[in-house]
Design a protein around this ligand. Structure first.
Ligand code: MIC
Ligand code: SF4
Length: 638
């Protein structure tokens, strides 16, 4: 029996476990990436592990999220990251060099390699044929220290692409269509593996748009084969030596199959406030827009920006619209400038923003009150833009450019000829903002500004957990709900300060209540913790004394982060029990035997509920120790 591509890469990296769906496996990690907003914690954790030099083939530290530099906090983080990278053998991509996923695709990704990144959109690398997985910072720190990465063996969904995209229909519409069909929780513990005759029509950056937004399915990752298209991209990057051919066996077995005829697709948009609320642009026609934001790790490649420039060429941005463009990398910026596209953008009235995440994570360029913001990004969660009542729509760069001119949603197919823009055969390459570490970093002094607070450690778990219900939330709660980013992003390296804002947008009193009650429990619905990889959504609740989270189902990365920080993740055996628990109910759970039957006693209502977990023996030990770092310490002292 043949293997699919996912199984092939996993097999080549398997350290332990069996390749059966749902069983716990561990794999060797070849490359890691971090970005600054998760990276400061990841490197503090790496330091705590006491390893002098990273043990991976390649580890890269990017600065792309926190670049507003309103005061000392962001630049202090940058200095910490720069010096810690030099000391420990990590490549450093300076602020301004680009968004981690775009730069990694251009300069470092290699087909067939495993990549673990402390950012949920790390699967972008799947566009190059990598097994690229998002994880919490601590898991990435462990991988840098040479530990294998543990995960559930994913089921593999084959997505068969046939036909060809019509004019004005794009890779973004492919992934929006997958999201429409599969939903934001459809992909948990699955890999989406793309195949079929249409593959040869999709360039690597287009494939990367698709794998990037596979994160919104909740998937472990998405992957494309490495073929001649991949070779052409690597050649254009001067990296043909990194290419290998990689594809599924012809008799490979998959868990499920999705068929998609690209010629039948039309331009789509994800409507407020979830990436799976997909409608056709036809249905939205005429809706006035106030802001357009083009960029993010989803849609900021050379062709994306050059096509926008070609659409805008000789035209003007609508008087009622503000158009912001963040090229994905300095390479994209350089190449659109060299080929004359930059000028077209400026002449049309676009505002050129830095090559960073920027508006995608609420770092500037917020929409007006109740404004309609049309974005080429991957997430449209409520409040993420920085304006609480803004309405965010996710679309292709083409749809965004046409809306920028028209001032309203307009089916681009009516707009005129689809501009022909090809990927370059050879990009202008300038790696001067990538800093390589010295062979011996032992003499380097790490700079720690006042915003770099010490790392909090969890306490070993008691044999009984008791306390109050601190909050009851519904389905699809995102990590943006739990731990808002935006204006609080500069607090990422300062847990005591950041923890004051846990659940702020949902319940302003949460942090005070948690402190006053000496911790307690969180109750949630389906797909709890979807979205980002930010471990602060577990670390800060841990700091506030949260003992367990009881939900209907968890999102993958958040579940792993809860374990890493010693918070017990439990699911209701009977989903109806969820609605029986109210705020302030006093709960007790005997956890002396985590492998036995687990019952939650609601002392306030005199009820009890059966709960379960999916933890491995190792994960149980980690939780009992108070989290991964305490576990490692205990292991080392034993
Ligand atoms: C995001 O898109 O939400 C982020 C900001 O990139 C996060 C990481 C973070 O919170 O720092 C992600 O996607 O993992
Ligand atoms: Fe940055 Fe947005 Fe991509 Fe997250 S989703 S890495 S914030 S561009």
């Amino acid at each position: 029996m043949g293997l699919n591509l996912t199984q092939k890469i996993i097999k080549a990296h398997l350290i332990s476990g069996e390749m059966k769906p749902q069983s716990q496996i561990s794999i060797r990690i070849d490359q890691t990436l971090t970005q600054d907003a998760t990276g400061t914690m990841a490197y503090l954790q790496f330091e705590a592990l006491g390893v002098s030099r990273v043990k991976t083939e390649l580890s890269v530290s990017y600065v792309d999220h926190n670049t507003m530099q309103e005061d000392f906090k962001n630049p202090d983080d940058h200095e910490f990251l720069r010096t810690v990278a030099s000391k420990h053998g990590i490549v450093f991509s300076k602020p301004g060099n680009g968004i981690c996923h775009q730069v990694h695709l251009e300069r470092f990704g290699k087909p067939g390699k495993t990549l673990l990144g402390s950012d949920s959109h790390t699967p972008t690398g799947g566009g190059l044929g990598m097994l690229a997985i998002g994880a919490g910072g601590l898991d990435v720190a462990m991988a840098m220290a040479g530990s294998p990465y543990s995960l559930k063996m994913p089921g593999v969904v084959r997505v068969v692409l046939t036909g060809e995209l019509p004019a004005w229909v794009t890779a973004k519409d492919i992934i929006l269509e997958v999201l429409r069909r599969e939903t934001v929780k459809g992909g948990v513990d699955k890999v989406y593996e793309y195949s079929g005759p249409a593959l040869k029509t999709l360039t690597v950056p287009e494939r990367a748009t698709i794998t990037n937004m596979g994160a919104e399915l909740g998937a472990t990752c998405s992957v494309f084969p490495s073929d001649d298209v991949t070779l052409n991209f690597l050649k254009a990057q001067g990296r043909e030596k990194d290419w290998i051919r990689l594809e599924a066996d012809s008799d490979a077995i998959y868990d499920r199959e999705i068929q998609m005829d690209l010629s039948k697709l039309e331009p789509l948009a994800a409507c407020p406030h979830m990436p799976d609320q997909v409608k056709s642009i036809r249905e939205l026609e005429g809706l006035e827009v106030q802001q357009i934001a083009i960029g993010s790790c989803t849609n900021s490649s050379f062709v994306d920006i050059a096509r926008v420039a070609s659409i805008l060429d000789g035209r003007q941005v609508h008087p009622n619209v503000s158009l912001g463009i963040s090229p994905g990398s300095r390479q994209v910026l350089l190449n659109i400038a060299e080929k004359g596209y930059y000028q077209k953008l400026v002449k049309a009235g676009a505002r050129i923003l830095e090559c960073t995440c920027g508006p995608c994570i609420g770092q500037g360029f917020a929409p007006p009150t109740a404004g309609v913001s049309v974005r080429t990004f991957n997430r449209n969660f409520e409040k993420r833009s920085g304006t609480a009542d803004a309405k965010l729509y996710l679309v292709s760069p083409e749809v965004a450019a046409v809306a920028a001119i028209e001032g309203k949603f307009t089916d681009p197919r009516k707009f005129g000829n689809y501009p022909k823009v090809q990927m370059l055969e050879k990009f202008s390459i300038d790696d001067s903002m990538i800093i390589y570490p010295p062979a011996d970093g032992s003499k380097i002094t790490i700079k720690r500004g006042p915003n770099i607070a010490p790392l909090p450690l969890g306490k070993p778990m008691a044999s009984e957990l008791s306390g109050e219900t601190l909050i009851v939330v519904g389905d699809n709660i995102t990590t943006d709900h739990i731990m808002p980013a935006g204006k609080y992003l500069p607090l990422r390296s300062n847990v005591p300060e950041y923890a004051k804002h846990v659940f702020e947008g949902v319940d302003k009193e949460f942090a005070n209540r948690a402190k006053a009650k000496n911790g307690g429990f969180i109750i949630g619905g389906e797909n709890y913790g979807q979205g980002s990889s930010r471990e602060h959504a577990a670390l800060c609740p841990m700091y506030l004394g949260v003992k367990a989270v009881l939900v209907k189902t968890f999102a993958r990365i958040h579940l792993a982060n809860l374990v890493n920080f010693g918070i017990l993740p439990l699911t209701f055996k009977n989903a109806d029990d969820y609605s029986k628990i109210s705020l302030s109910d006093h709960l007790e759970i005997d956890v002396s035997n985590l492998n036995g039957k687990l019952t939650v006693k609601n002392q306030t209502k005199n009820q009890s509920y059966e709960v379960a977990h999916s933890l491995s023996d190792r994960e149980i030990e980690i939780i009992k120790s108070g989290g991964q770092l305490s576990y490692e310490k205990m292991k080392n002292n034993a």
